[in-house]
Design a protein around this ligand. Sequence first.
Ligand SMILES: Nc1nc2c(ncn2[C@@H]2O[C@H](COP(=O)(O)OP(=O)(O)OP(=O)(O)O)[C@@H](O)[C@H]2O)c(=O)[nH]1
Length: 282
Amino acid sequence: MRTYFPCPSINWYPGHMYKATKNISKKLHQVDIFLEVRDARAPLSSGNNLPINKTKIIILNKIDLCSVAYTQKLMEKMKQSGEHIIMYSATTNQNINTLLKLIKEIAPAKFQTVGSWMMIGGVPNVGKSSIINSFRAHSRGFTNKNPAKIGPEPCVTKSISGFKVSMNPIIYLVDTPGIMMPKLENNEQAMKLALIGAIKDEIVGVDVIADYMLFCYNKIGNFNYVEKLKLKEPVDTLNDLMAILKPRYNWDELSIAKNVLKMFREGKFGRITLDKQSQLAD
Ligand SMILES: Nc1nc2c(ncn2[C@@H]2O[C@H](COP(=O)(O)OP(=O)(O)OP(=O)(O)O)[C@@H](O)[C@H]2O)c(=O)[nH]1
């Protein structure tokens, strides 16, 4: 099995992200707190380092897809350096009460009628809009009308908009477009972001991303994909996988890569955490 993956150099910082970064800075003074959303499968790599001069809570979303024990260890280390950090799932509302309690503690509303104002941000596709909808679903008094737009691909949210997300306590949340770092210095970090769907597939290529996914599973010795794809044994590369699946399903190469990635992103191959504790500075 491969012990090294030659990660390509990837940069993706379209103009709308530049504009959104500027707009966020302009509007930051209007809020009490910033919720930085990261993907729990990449709790370090999906932090976008926006210069936020505000009380911040880091939400590790998609906890239902990560290897909990591993992400928890990373989280505990980040907590030790003074971060407010919480694991969350917008699809199951897991830990919503803990999050609301934390918000109340660190940013209580100055006036009950005005409520707390928060901004939510992070790299694309980590679940920012889904979190807004999960808050609204949890709080009484909201209908399903006008939810924040969500989707499986990055950059569904294009502009900054405000939502009332809780009646008691009153909380307003400002949604922002996903923003990537202007320069990704670390090629492996970029591949992890591509794998979790934070970078548009076309930028990297679904075949490269699916190949990297196989590399990651093999490296950590998680072979759930073998059973799910009805293989006899682990495969080293996407080419090996294609040689088996192509005749079986009569799929072209692109369809194989796309389907395998879709299964990964839906959690069909089991939980995974891509970052390592060794990436954290002591
Ligand atoms: N499994 C799982 N999927 C989630 C969770 N939260 C969000 N998603 C999915 O992740 C995808 C992206 O969610 P969005 O809420 O659109 O993400 P976003 O950060 O607002 O995306 P941008 O518009 O790119 O900024 C959607 O397919 C959601 O259904 C979660 O906790 N668990």
